[in-house]
Structures are given as structure tokens and as C-alpha cells.
Design a protein around this ligand. Structure first.
Ligand code: ADP
Ligand code: MG
Length: 211
């Protein structure tokens, strides 16, 4: 698939919301081991609201749907992750104008800008055991795949696989930012936000495959 429409993107984002909501327990467990245990609850609250908002809404342009999702997350989720996951969408949409569809290079650009927005906002970078340790490798992989192929499915698949490897890599990192740094030793356990990012990539990839 070389182009995705706004209507198709809505289907993918609904799938993302369902994936996050249905993994609440898993995310809560991950945050209970290394943090304060609220990640699953916050993500569920935010993405339930996203699901409702998307179901009820109609969107003309790609930027409209991303902006609506980002604002809904920031408004409803709270905590560090509300700002962080909201910023992925809000910074990501820069430059899309009133485009009604997305190509693979535009999709890759969306993720790069989202990632850079999160890094500016949260003043974190690689290796600090955050969702960036799944997002940065995902962006790198998608850029590499995108240079070889215009196929959105290939791009998303490589992003998903790299995000999963990123989650694995967070197990050997020690938390340095966010609340989890105040808790017990985090070595050996994955970062909950990185797991969430991998679930977002999973739903986007599987959603694109099923279109
Ligand atoms: P809180 O830290 O407020 O309890 P959550 O538990 O919902 O919020 O989210 C924690 C997740 O947020 C972490 O697992 C990490 O991935 C992510 N995170 C925290 N701080 C940052 C940051 N500065 N940059 C990127 N991600 C971050
Ligand atoms: Mg937490």
C-alpha cells in the first residue's frame, strides 16, 4: 500500500486505541515493577477517550485527525505519558498542511517529528529507559525501509520490529528520567512507556495489513 487515506487512518487509530485499552493490566504490571503503577490506568483513560472521540468524529485532513488524537490524549491522560504520547501526534503533524492522504515518506516524517518533539519536550534522549528507546530505533528502521520501498506496510512492519527490539533493550537499562528513577532497581525489567509505543506500532502495522 503506497498511500493511506484519512478514513483508513481513522481505522488504524481506532485499532491503536483498542490495543492500548486491552493491555491495561500488562502496562500496569510493568509500571508497578519499575514505577508507580499508574501507566496502564492513564493509557487506558486516554485511549478510551481517543476511541470515543474518533468514533464520533469525521476528519477532512490527515493533520486534523492527528491533532484531535494528540489533544485528546493530553487532555485526558495526565502524568508524564499524557504529554509524551500527545506530543507524538501533535509534533508529528507539522508540515502535513491539508493533505488528505499520507505516503510512506510522509508517515516516516510524522514519526521523526513526533520523536524530536518528545525529545525537546521531555529533555530525554537514548538510553535513559523511556519510550524513546523504542521510538528512536523504530524511526531509524522506518527511515531505512522507506528509502528502499514506498510500501507503508513494509515501513510499519520494520518500525514495529525495531520497537520490540527496543523494548527488549530497555531491560538492561537503568531508569534515569521520570518517576521510576525514584523507585527500586529497574534493571531486568522493560520500560512501560516503551511497551506502549511498541503496542501502538503493532496496531498500526496490523491495521495496515488488514485494510
Ligand atoms: P508517570 O511517570 O508520571 O507515572 P506514566 O507511568 O504514565 O507516567 O509513564 C511513564 C513512562 O513515561 C515511562 O515508562 C517512560 O517511557 C515515559 N517517560 C517518562 N519521562 C519521559 C521523558 N522525559 N521522555 C520520554 N518518555 C518519558
Ligand atoms: Mg507511572
Amino acid at each position: 500500500m503506497d498511500v493511506i487515506s484519512v478514513v483508513q487512518m481513522k481505522q488504524l487509530l481506532l485499532r491503536v486505541a483498542t490495543e492500548i485499552v486491552s493491555n491495561e493490566t500488562y502496562l500496569t504490571k510493568a509500571d508497578t515493577v519499575i514505577g508507580d503503577g499508574d501507566h496502564g490506568v492513564g493509557m487506558k483513560r486516554g485511549f478510551s477517550a481517543v476511541y470515543e472521540m474518533l468514533s464520533a468524529g469525521e476528519f477532512d485532513a490527515m493533520a486534523d485527525i492527528f491533532k484531535a488524537v494528540g489533544l485528546e490524549i493530553v487532555k485526558t491522560m495526565g502524568g508524564a505519558s499524557g504529554v509524551i504520547f500527545g506530543t507524538l501526534f501533535i509534533s508529528g503533524l507539522d508540515g502535513l498542511g491539508d493533505s488528505k492522504q499520507l505516503t510512506a515518506p510522509q508517515l516516516v516524517m510524522f514519526f521523526r517529528q513526533g520523536m524530536e518533539g518528545i525529545m525537546r519536550r521531555g529533555k530525554a534522549s537514548e538510553g535513559l529507559k523511556t519510550m524513546l528507546d523504542a521510538l528512536i530505533p523504530a524511526v531509524t528502521a522506518m527511515e531505512e525501509t522507506g528509502r528502499k520501498s514506498p510500501d507503508i506496510n513494509f515501513v510499519l512492519k520494520s518500525g514495529y520490529q525495531a520497537a520490540c527490539e527496543g523494548v527488549e533493550a530497555t531491560k538492561s537499562m537503568r531508569s534515569r528520567v521520570g518517576r521510576s528513577k525514584n523507585f527500586r532497581d529497574t534493571i531486568g525489567h522493560p520500560d512501560p512507556g516503551a511497551i506502549s509505543l511498541s503496542l501502538i506500532m503493532k496496531a498500526l502495522y496490523e491495521g495496515a495489513e488488514s485494510l
